[in-house]
Ligand binder design. Sequence first.
Ligand code: CS2
Length: 493
Amino acid sequence: MGFIQLNQENIPQISSHLSCPNYNRQALKTGIVHIGVGGFHRSHQAYYIHQLLEKHNALNWGICGVGLREADRKIYDILKKQDCLYTLMVQHPNGTIKSEVIGSMKEMLLAVDTPDLVINKMAHVDTKIVSLTITEGGYNFNPSTGDFNFENKDIQDELKHPDKPKTIFGFLTAALRKRRAEGLPSFSILSCDNIQHNGDVAHKMLLAFAQKQDADLAIWIAKNVNFPNTMVDRITPVTTPEAINYLQDTYNLKDEWPVVCEPFIQWVVEDNFSNARPPLEKLGVQFVSDVSPYEKMKIRLLNAGHSVLGIPGAIHGHPTINACMEDPVFAKFMRHFMDKEVSPVLGTIEGMDLEKYKDSLEERFANPNIKDSVSRICSESSAKLPKFLIPTLKENLATGGSIKYATLILAAWCYYSDQNINENNEPLEIIDSMKAELHQLAKNTSNDKIAFLKQHELFGNLDKNQRFVEEYIETIQLIYKEKNIRKLMKKLI
Ligand code: CS2
């Protein structure tokens, strides 16, 4: 018998054995335009909105997904075929998988095909929020100075041709210009990326762009658009063919791109919107006046903790984060990094039990059913480490705190960027927009031990800090000489 294709028409049939949307999707209105329909958006925000629709029938809060790049065509084609339905598979540590069809996405647009539809959708009176998961790199700032990068070729094109937007900045300004002309209130811009002060960063970058493009519009944006900061959390690995097969075998369901995630979910949002917002507090979303302690704690512990496992994990040949956690040397190394280097710089966070938080991270990372690949964690390390790890190192240098765990990770990152194979002679899959440049710098390590650190946009002036440089040189020499990262980690625990 053939599989049942996931789409709206087949919902009655599918719902006999799988949880499906109980609300009237035809009546859904788009209240949110979301840019960046990756797995994370679908396991997190779209899931919260789905629950809001299920439990509170809040039909004004449907989502229009937007892909900005050609690379989004695959998800666009699949979601179109599936009437924007997809299955969320929550993987519990005990092996239970709770699968559910999510229906909060009403429509999806691909900006490279229909830029005007995207602008009109954002500018529509029903749209109250434009939310973003465009990754750290999408904000287009120089990681070392934090300033907008006007060198970017797409940005230069957009500045010359405001009617032909390409990046998020071109689309947002085009839509806001339209709203201003029509006398409509602004939408809020809600960043859901792992960047500390993500709303403030989005604000600063958009204003820098708008000032160059249209100074009057920049003044209007400064006055009218709010950018609430948020902390978002749910581990969402890359979807594997096994997940697709599981749905076929178990439910006879054909979903070409389901999403797998952990049970844990958290969203902390600053209650500072420029237009209406959904009543997400009904679902446990925390609305607070200042999100910074939460984001700092999450980015410096969870996201950095991931990299602290992932980079040496890739070198050693551990395929997943849970495989790293099963290795006591890796698990202990990560906890030492958290206890000795991150906790001291975080200090006490009101209302938070840091020890409990770190314990819970250990459990989440160890979930054997998530199988979060180290290649996902290591991907775009050039955008992640300057935000997740290097600030902790710099703060410890300033206070005389421990630096050896973070230093080993940076030295390991150099070695990782240099090699094309891991310690088992298997090919290393490196996904990073700075891959070629980092490889070149790392290759020079044999002549100049600190060659890698000379990428000042990433490392700032770390190469001038004597204490750090001594520790780094000692570590990098050992990494290249021993070719056994685990042994070096063991020495530090
Ligand atoms: C990960 C995050 O990409 C990474 O390096 O640390 O994607 C992490 O899984 C999420 O932020 C969890 O909320």
